[in-house]
Design a protein around this ligand. Structure first.
Ligand code: PLP
Length: 407
């Protein structure tokens, strides 16, 4: 008998966990996904903060089709003038402070992290990198070296030397930055820690110490960018500008794309000694850039037409109001990057599993397995949010009741 797609998935597609969600989705549109049996699911996590404007946006699909018709791959990164790349880089620069005016497009968020660390070494001629506990910046070996958790790093040593892991929001971190530090890599809101925001005064002090020591400040907005936390970039809420900005996820409008963005002057370092300081065949793929640019235009249209960004804050308030249950200990985060905290990782996993069965796709956080992720597409309506929160609350009650009955 022929194997089912689920069996083939488990056998022939490399697995990264003993218990993948394992849904077979055949269609996605707006905030919804449908499985092979026609059952609908609300995407409560936007494909991990990627589909900020929802699935299946018509303009994004048109841009992809147009670019596929024009051309796909031409040459390795940086040799030929590819209009989608140029136009998208210009558009991003217009939305960023003047010092962030030069974009290196990559294939992924992790590659953006790699590029930023290399650039910081070249600009400063130093090697030390400071990063934070409970931070995630990607899974390649350089990015893994600065990942904030020994559990994740220990099996892959030796990793990059000269990395200091410090606690987020602490004075010790500020004091540890010296003239030997090439860069500090930080998220403005630590996503995988369970959506933990930086403190305003701390982020400012971080900036000041980096400036005083000639250290480059790198902000990883791969998960927080493109309106997720209620402003286009989370750093806008702090008035603190990094030297290098990392983008990814929603950057490609659903296609794979990352970027590290710095000043033109800094970026020049990648052109000499050695020439080709960072090389990548598919980085900044024209189809991905066309899709990303269209997605950004759509996001901006929604911002002006529907006041999308202030609405993100209103939707956060609505979730906080609707998601009330004795089993919920707290809700962390900002905008539509929220972490609903439970007493234990075990309870949270049971709720995640039951939520998927009930038609809500959600997940937990790498460093906060006791927290459930609520990060739907920004276009979700208030009615849809209320319905999703009601279903989640019922699911929590059912799981808690089952647990009480079995203990
Ligand atoms: N940085 C942050 C904050 C992330 O959340 C992620 C992915 O989850 C990455 C970097 C890595 O991005 P990618 O999975 O595209 O390599």
């Amino acid at each position: 008998m022929a194997l089912s797609n689920r069996q083939l998935f488990l056998q022939h597609v490399a697995q990264t966990s003993p218990a993948p969600i394992g849904l077979e989705i055949v269609k996605a549109q707006g905030i919804h996904m449908w499985d092979a049996n026609g059952k609908a699911y609300v995407d409560l996590i936007s494909g991990f903060s990627v589909m900020n404007i929802g699935h299946g946006n018509e303009r994004v699909k048109e841009a992809i089709h147009q670019q596929v018709d024009d051309y796909m791959h031409l040459m390795v990164y940086g040799e030929i003038i590819e209009t989608p790349q140029v136009q998208y880089a210009k558009r991003l620069s217009e939305l960023l402070p003047p010092s962030l005016n030069c974009v290196y497009f990559t294939n992924s968020g992790a590659e953006a992290t790699e590029g930023a660390m290399k650039l910081a070494k070249r600009v400063t001629n130093r090697s030390q990198i400071i990063a934070f506990n409970n931070a995630y910046h990607g899974s390649t070996q350089g990015a893994l070296s600065i990942m904030g958790g020994e559990y994740w790093r220990q099996a892959y040593r030796p990793l990059l030397p000269d990395v200091l892991h410090l606690d987020f929001n602490t004075q010790e971190a500020i004091d540890s930055i010296t003239e030997a530090t090439a860069c500090v890599v930080a998220e403005v809101i630590q996503a995988e820690a369970g959506a933990q925001p930086a403190e305003q005064a701390w982020l400012q002090a971080l900036r000041e110490k980096c400036t005083a020591t000639g250290t480059l400040l790198v902000f990883d907005e791969i998960q927080t960018g493109f309106g997720r936390t209620g402003t286009m970039w989370a750093f806008e809420q702090y008035g603190v500008v990094p030297d290098i900005l990392l983008l990814g996820k929603a950057l490609g409008g659903g296609l794979p794309l990352g970027a590290f963005i710095a000043s033109h002057k800094h970026m020049q370092q990648l052109t000499h000694q050695p020439v080709l300081g960072h090389i990548s065949t598919f980085a900044g793929h024209p189809v991905c850039c066309a899709a990303g640019r269209a997605a950004l235009e759509e996001l901006q249209k929604l911002v002006t037409a529907n006041h999308l960004l202030p609405a993100v804050a209103e939707k956060e308030a609505l979730i906080r109001q609707c998601l009330q249950h004795p089993a919920i200990r707290n809700i962390h985060g900002r905008g539509l990057l929220l972490a609903v905290e439970f007493e234990s990782a075990d309870l949270c996993q049971r709720i995640c599993h039951a939520a998927v069965q009930a038609g809500l796709v959600t997940d937990w956080f790498l460093f906060a397995p006791h927290c459930l992720r609520v990060a739907p597409p920004l276009i979700i309506t208030e009615q849809e949010l209320e319905a999703a929160c009601a279903l989640l609350t019922q699911t929590i009650s059912a799981v808690v009741a089952t647990q009480a009955a079995s203990s």
